[in-house]
Design a protein around this ligand. Sequence first.
Ligand code: NAP
Length: 282
Amino acid sequence: MASRITGTTQLLGVMGWPVSHSRSPLMQAAAIRSAGLDYAYVPLPVHPDRLQEAVSGLRALGFRGCNVTIPHKAAVAGLMDELTPAAHGIGAVNTILVGDDGRLVGDNTDCEGAFDAIEDETGLSPRGLEVLVIGAGGAAMACAWGAAARGARVVRLLNRTRAKAEEVARAMAIQHPGCQFEVVASTDRDRIAACGIVLQMTSLGMNPGDVLPLDPEMLASGAVVLEAVYSPLETPWLHGCRERGLRAVDGLAMLVGQGALAFERWTGVRADRRAMKAAIEG
Ligand code: NAP
């Protein structure tokens, strides 16, 4: 948050329903403070029935940009003047940029944020690798798109509902003909063990008693894993992967990755990722 809100303070926010649980205001306030910018970032609780009005309101109120969270990411994509290739390909928007002319551009930084988090923490890029994505919802789709965009050779999808994984694989294959998309089952030992990066993109691990999304023993000993869930910060699966000796990146790093990219798109200033993560840890 700007240390003092004045008549020149520029506005950013996050739309969701509910939105009170969102860590983005704390995280973005840390980035704004660290960069010394005159911006303020506020939570915007928007009921699904008022989404269209709220999105038009960004333009009317002179917001510079806005994040979008559950349940609005897909619906907002239909309300933009323009979509970036990532937002178009994933069919979801997590970042809105408001141009000086009021034009609304929808972007998706979840896909790049996930791989930035992995690269920042382990130095590993998906280029040329076989990548496993567990899940077939919005986060999984973003990661499948992001893996292919960053040069993965093969992207494998594993999901409880196999038909959804097949749908994602079909949609991604059309957009990324240079990457091979495959659907696997948890019994496909060899194809799972061949993956150098494994992204856990289901909601498993949020609730006590959740089963593990996959047995960590099935992963290659050199695999790097990324967890989407950040509450709890160390999910049983992340713990299991670390016990197995794997390099594992937590869900807050992914959250910071997407938020930092959004901040940079809005302000043109490099985001202080360390300050952002410190603001939302603990
Ligand atoms: P979503 O679209 O609702 O997808 C949920 C996924 O989890 C589906 O693949 C679903 O499988 C699977 N799943 C749910 N319950 C399951 C169970 N009991 N057993 C097996 N699979 C199960 O959600 P999303 O938006 O992709 O988000 C997924 C998770 O990622 C959430 O926890 C979200 O908070 C987190 N997330 C984190 C970040 C970050 O920055 N760290 C960003 C985005 C999302 P089916 O298809 O079979 O139902």
